[in-house]
Design a protein. Structure first.
Lengths: 539, 284
């Protein structure tokens, strides 16, 4: 036994075990997130359940669990219940129902069961009863009805797209222009100019825009009135729904889909999830604005934190006289990394948003007041908060890199007649670049996952517009934005329809992991290239 | 000179007396008088904080000759060398009194441009320290700092590498990293880098201490050829090396310059007892 302890093996086992345990836990988490997040989009069959009391349910089975029976003697048979997504929220009120398996008399997967994803009210389950054009029935029964629907859907889709384009692009542009004129008028008013040529020309412009707007509005109305087709769907339980075709996002028969069809459907859903805007208070549709917001915020943060942290580290290591004061600063910087992020958030609200942002508003945007421009949360302030939060990481990493550069390199440069600045710029900075990127990688990983300070500095549940768009000045740093981390919180815990939203938590979490991974990989690739270029291993 | 190489302690047959007038007088005669010295060190005292490292050093270094500083570790020879291009400025708490003149100009005078001084007084370090850049960029570093046109940089790089006897070995891989060279090549690269700014004086701080005998031989050969154009000051622990490469030698002990004379005199007929003890290996 003593021999065993002396051999050193136990320590190897202990350390190896600790590593293995950590890896297993992380791997389990990632696999869990991946399976649940990616599995959610795979189309499951629609089942028709006939219950013992004669009630009929049509929907997809989403979960199965044992019924808890507290106090039951050991050995009692365990009963299960299933959760069914029955949809048809507008008809019956609830999206999901729980059914005890013991009460199910019959299970079928009817081929004619159709699943319609709608723009509003979630999924519709049922069978096609008829198709109408402006109230006149043109086809009846599931087969003829489906043929009629397929015939009319492309045209409906085209018109809907056109309407959307007019709404977003044309009317959006008019709205922006009108808002701009309103602000200019307001500015003139603040300057005491109530009339005059300028005011008149602005008012004329406003009137032209208004006329244009009415034109587009009329065109839109005409387009929409052209959409007269609707489909009547018979839901389980006897009710019917007359659904305009323009409301349909996607309609399909889950029980007749082959493997290829399912795969195609899966990819389409996945694409929708990553590239579309959210619908139905974030329980449906995609999360593209959140991905965009997260990446953009991390980028802005990187742009701000890198110069700040690097300059600070250079001063501490290259210029400052080493002594108790610098040591104290160094300790303070290290400790700053441990301050809870919400503290930074509160500070940012007080200092950045109310003080600086408010000041900017009073100086540069007085015409918009009392509506704040920069004096409210926005992507700029959120990024700045995170930059502040992560600056210690960059400082520490850069400082360690600077300390690792051999003194001989600096002396060699100085001995050639280079000044201190030339030495720093041409020799030290390139050599410390990999360390700076290491710091940046850590900073980005932390920033991408941070939620608490963002909630009070500019992240919202649903942002009406991206921070980048086609209207001057194209980059709108004052805008509120969406963020994957906050989206997880919102969808998982603040959603009005928790059961429908829960799978989105996994998918969103998976996407967040992916975004962090991609950002980090990009930085690591750059760092390795720099390392190769400036390898200082020979010292 | 050939004799010196084979046996450093024998008296050379040919005496070089260029520019040197032996001090007349009795046995108390000290250093030789050097006409038109390149570097004059006058009453230099240096303190690192409270610790004094140099005591009243007086020394005239002749131009276009190799001068060696020898002495045991910690005797102040490297410290003095680093005073000559003001590299000691980088260390906190250094106080220097006395005067050091290069070409008659006091280099510690406030109006002196340190960059210009270091350009004229180049340095090669104990440990080869090429930048983590290509061979070409290493040599071009100095000229580029001083704003030399790119068209001329190519030529300077080639001349410098030729002067450092490295050109033939690296001409086909100028754009590979300087860190990929062998130790001896790296040291010659550093010499080429120092030569590229066209200095007048080249300070060498134990340039061969980390090299094998073959690489050392090459550097010594190089010093021989360089001293026709440059003033070389070399610090070395290796007395044979001092005897082989230098024309003048200064012996340092505990911060004092004990003796300075022609190398042949120092090694054959030292005036001071301590010098004799050191070169005969009684201590150090």
């Amino acid at each position: 036994m003593r021999q065993f302890w002396k051999s050193g093996d136990p320590f190897v086992w202990l350390t190896g075990g600790a590593l293995a345990l950590s890896l297993v836990m992380v791997a389990w988490l990632v696999v869990q997130v991946m399976v649940n997040g990616l599995g959610f989009f795979w189309p499951s069959p629609v089942v028709r359940l006939t219950l013992t009391d004669g009630e009929i349910l049509l929907g997809q089975i989403t979960e199965r669990e044992a019924i808890p029976t507290p106090g039951a003697p050991a050995g009692t048979a365990v009963h299960h219940r299933v959760q069914i997504k029955v949809g048809n929220r507008d008809l019956y009120g609830a999206d999901f129902v729980w059914v005890d398996e013991a009460k199910i008399a019959k299970r079928e997967t009817p081929a004619e069961a159709i699943l319609i994803q709608r723009l509003e009210w979630g999924n519709l389950y049922g069978t096609i009863k008829a198709v109408k054009d402006g109230g006149h029935v043109v086809a009846e029964g599931p087969e003829a009805g489906w043929a009629a629907v397929q015939e009319r859907l492309p045209e409906t889709l085209r018109v809907s797209r056109e309407a959307e384009r007019i709404e977003k692009k044309e009317i959006g542009a008019i709205n922006t222009a009108q808002e701009r004129i309103r602000l200019r008028l307001r500015r003139l008013e603040l300057q005491g100019v109530a009339n005059g040529t300028e005011v008149e020309s602005l008012q004329r412009e406003m009137a032209t825009l208004q006329a244009k707007y009415l034109e587009h509005e009329a065109a839109l109305k005409a387009l929409r009135q052209g959409l007269i087709s609707s489909v009547v769907v018979a839901a389980a339980g006897g009710k019917e729904k007359d659904l305009p075709l323009a409301q349909i996002v996607r309609a399909y028969f889950p029980n007749t889909l082959g493997l290829l069809g399912k795969a195609r459907f899966y990819l389409a859903k996945l694409w929708e999830f990553t590239a579309d805007d959210p619908r139905e208070s974030n329980t449906e549709g995609g999360i593209f604005p959140a991905i965009f917001g997260t990446v953009m915020m991390v980028m802005i943060m990187s742009l701000m934190v890198t110069p700040l942290g690097v300059l600070a580290a250079f001063f501490l290591r290259e210029y400052a006289k080493q002594g108790p004061f610098v040591s104290a600063v160094r300790i303070a910087v290290n400790n700053l990394a441990g301050v809870p992020s919400i503290v930074f958030g509160v500070f940012a609200v007080g200092f950045f948003i109310y003080f600086i942002g408010g000041g900017i508003d009073r100086l540069f945007f007085p015409e918009a007041l009392p509506t704040p421009t920069f004096g409210t949360g926005g992507i700029l302030w959120a990024s700045l908060t995170l930059a502040l939060l992560t600056v210690p990481v960059v400082i520490v990493a850069t400082e360690e890199g600077l300390a690792a550069i051999p003194g001989g390199m600096r002396e060699a440069s100085l001995a050639l007649g280079a000044t201190k600045f030339e030495t720093t710029w041409r020799v030290v900075l390139p050599a410390v670049m990999p360390s700076i990127l290491t710091g940046l990688i850590l900073a980005m990983a932390r920033a991408a996952g941070e939620v608490a300070p963002l909630m009070i500095t500019g992240v919202v549940k649903l942002a009406p517009a991206l921070p980048v768009d086609g209207f001057f000045p194209f980059l709108h740093l004052e805008r509120k934005f969406m963020h994957l981390g906050f989206h997880i919180y919102d969808v998982g815990f603040q959603s009005p329809n928790v059961d429908a939203a829960r799978p989105m938590v996994y998918s969103t979490a998976f996407l967040l992991l992916l975004v962090v991974l991609v950002l980090n990989l990009a930085a690591i690739v750059i760092r390795n290239q720099l390392r190769k270029k400036y390898a200082a291993t020979a010292f | 000179m050939l004799d010196l190489l084979t046996n450093p302690l024998t008296k050379p047959k040919v005496r070089h007396d260029n520019g040197v007038v032996r001090a007349r007088g009795g046995p108390d005669a000290q250093a030789p008088t050097i006409l038109d010295p390149m570097i004059q060190v006058k009453d230099v005292n240096l303190k690192y904080g409270a610790k004094q490292a140099l005591f009243d050093v007086n020394l005239d270094i002749p131009g276009k000759k190799a001068t060696a500083f020898i002495g045991p570790s910690g005797c102040g020879k490297t410290t003095l060398l680093r005073c000559l291009n003001r590299l000691n400025d980088l260390i906190d708490n250094v106080t220097i009194t006395g005067a050091i003149r290069v070409h008659g100009v006091d280099i510690y005078a406030p109006q002196v441009d340190v960059s210009e001084l270091r350009k004229r007084v180049g340095m090669v370090f104990q440990k080869s320290n090429p930048f983590p850049k290509s061979i070409f960029d290493n040599v071009a570093y100095g000229p580029r700092i001083f704003g030399t046109r790119n068209s001329r940089v190519d030529q300077i790089v080639e001349t410098s590498l030729r002067s450092a006897a490295l050109w033939d070995e690296v001409k086909d891989r100028l754009h590979e990293s300087g860190l990929g060279l062998s130790g001896g090549q790296q040291q010659r690269l550093c010499i080429a880098r120092a030569l590229a700014v066209e200095p007048e004086v080249l300070l060498m701080d134990e340039p061969c201490s980390a090299l094998d005998p073959i690489a050392t031989g090459k550097i010594e050969e190089l010093i021989h050829s360089l001293k026709t154009q440059y003033t070389i000051v070399i610090v070395t622990h290796n007395m044979q090396q001092a005897a082989r490469v230098s024309d003048y030698t200064g012996f340092f002990l505990m911060g004092e310059m004990v003796e300075f004379d022609e190398t042949s005199k120092i090694f054959t007929n030292p005036r001071d007892r301590r010098t004799e003890d050191y070169i005969t290996g009684r201590f150090g």
